[in-house]
Design a protein around this ligand. Sequence first.
Ligand SMILES: Cc1cc2nc3c(=O)[nH]c(=O)nc-3n(C[C@H](O)[C@H](O)[C@H](O)COP(=O)(O)OP(=O)(O)OC[C@H]3O[C@@H](n4cnc5c(N)ncnc54)[C@H](O)[C@@H]3O)c2cc1C
Length: 287
Amino acid sequence: MLPKFDLYMPTDLAEACRLKGEGAKVVAGGTDVFVNMHGGKDRSDKVVDVKNIPQLQGHSFSPENGLDLGALTTHRDIELWDVIKKHYRAMFEGCSRVGSVQIRTRGTLGGNICNGAPSADSIGPMMVHDAAVVVAGPANERIVPLKDFYLGLKQLDMKEDEILKRILIPAPKAHSGSFYIKYTRRNAMDLALLGVSAYVELDGDILKTVRIALTTAAPTPIRAEKTEALLIGKPASEALLTAAGKTVLTESHPRSSWRSSAEFRLALLEELTVQALQEAIAQAKEA
Ligand SMILES: Cc1cc2nc3c(=O)[nH]c(=O)nc-3n(C[C@H](O)[C@H](O)[C@H](O)COP(=O)(O)OP(=O)(O)OC[C@H]3O[C@@H](n4cnc5c(N)ncnc54)[C@H](O)[C@@H]3O)c2cc1C
């Protein structure tokens, strides 16, 4: 059973920030918050539901500016949006693998980002698409690159009275492609045992831009910048991708858990990095 709490449903963003600053728990879709409250992990007695705040709602795309996503955009919104499948394939692969249809219909990108789980399926895909988050306080707002938003396990670059307002993702570039591979123990609903996201921009055969992000390979979602540097400016040969699979092992720190040993995660990481890059390159060649 859920414990008793006071529920606030403001329409004003500054009011929501004030309530959060006073210790209220923010809730969007509630698919993490209410599970934690139900299980006794979260004993918040004040909850601020942000769904009625207009500045967090809506999502749009323009070929010049890319994606402007309200924090309340759901995984299902992303999964069903043709623009995403066409230009932001990694995001399609990530969001469409979150939980079940019911969870994807309630669960938001803002909630996935702010829950900050290392296994979150939307974060790596958004990181490789160079996402930034707009974080609003009672008076000001600031923009933080998503890759810099995680300070440690479940620690975010967000003050007590700040709320995630929007997510900005640049327009797709010519000859670019992306992919996300989620490895789970079973085909049914499951959290990622490991996930790799890759984004590439091609100039002929040359890898002009490469971004790689890892899920469940460290205490937070991370970019694999050493591996990216190894690849950038070189022709996309099989030997180079094999080398990338080895390099990525030097910049990841998976842990052993009841789901898997660290050794198994590392073996997967080498293989999935090569596969995600191959898929992203194939997408870029078709673009
Ligand atoms: C059965 C089940 C299966 C799941 N499977 C997956 C899966 O496969 N992959 C995956 O990644 N996740 C999975 N999840 C986790 C969850 O559904 C996602 O993390 C979802 O995106 C959370 O979104 P939400 O809107 O429900 O967040 P909420 O539960 O409302 O909030 C999550 C956290 O973010 C904070 N928060 C929310 N919005 C904001 C905001 N705008 N500003 C500041 N803080 C905010 C809340 O305070 C809370 O700490 C699963 C959950 C369940 C119950």
